[in-house]
Design a protein around this ligand. Structure first.
Ligand code: PGA
Length: 234
């Protein structure tokens, strides 16, 4: 069983989500299917798929105009929240320590954080991929985790670019993450791969050791693209 998570980013409408939920309801799968959608779509009825947010405030409540707290996300019935997505790190300058605060808030409110880590092209070219991944995990995961979390490895240079690392690169990254999590007392934590996952590469990617599922951006927006990913693995 794998975890197939979609990330709609700043796309879609409530009606579009209702249509997607209807399309997904006829899909037979034992995989866990999650859709992380904009805040405004949380609360749409979705029996066959768990909903998640794409970000959450690092603050718990108060005078933070425009922010949405973990408690508010949980109040919609959502179960998951992505934290530290590369677009948040890039456009909103989120550091590992901010991401850790957000993950802590999620956990304190019963949400499962999907904590993203991954290297930029500059870091890759400088030979820092493994160091960035390991520090990303060590510094972004709260120290007091005693419940479910999910990690997503997303090579930042490959997101939305139609590029994917080689199978060996993905295997190395996931082996390092699994080892780091084990060192931290979090063995068995699911680790997703994300960046340019499509129907035609999903099965191969999910056959790589320590890849427990995928986080899908562009190809999660239409059921014709998303369903083949969900059904590509048993
Ligand atoms: P992509 O996005 O599948 O469009 O590359 C992945 C992500 O940002 O999670």
């Amino acid at each position: 069983m794998k975890i197939i998570a979609g990330n709609w980013k700043m796309n879609g409408t409530r009606t579009g989500l209702e249509t997607m939920v209807r399309d997904l309801s006829s899909v037979e799968t034992e995989n866990t299917v999650i859709l992380c959608v904009p805040f405004t779509m949380l609360g749409v009825k979705s029996d066959c798929v768990a909903l998640g947010a794409q970000d959450v405030s690092r603050h718990t409540h108060g005078a933070y105009t425009g922010e949405v707290s973990a408690q508010m996300v949980a109040d919609t019935g959502a179960k998951y929240v992505i934290v530290g997505h590369s677009e948040r790190r890039q456009y909103h300058h989120e550091t590992n320590s901010i991401v850790r605060d957000k993950a802590s808030n999620a956990l304190a409110n019963g949400l499962i954080p999907i904590i993203c880590v991954g290297e930029t092209m500059d870091e890759k070219q400088a030979g820092k991929t493994m160091a960035v991944i390991e520090s990303g995990v060590r510094e972004s995961v709260p120290s007091d985790v005693n419940t479910d979390i999910i990690i997503a490895y997303e090579p930042r240079w490959a997101i939305g670019a139609g590029l994917t690392p080689t199978a060996a690169e993905i295997a190395d990254a996931h082996a390092l993450i699994a080892k780091t999590l084990a060192d931290m007392g979090l063995a068995g934590t699911p680790v997703l791969y994300g960046a340019s996952v499509k129907g035609n590469n999903a099965a191969e990617i999910m056959s790589i050791p320590n890849v427990d599922g995928v986080l899908v951006g562009g190809a999660s927006l239409k059921s014709d693209d998303f369903i083949p990913i969900i059904t590509s693995v048993k």
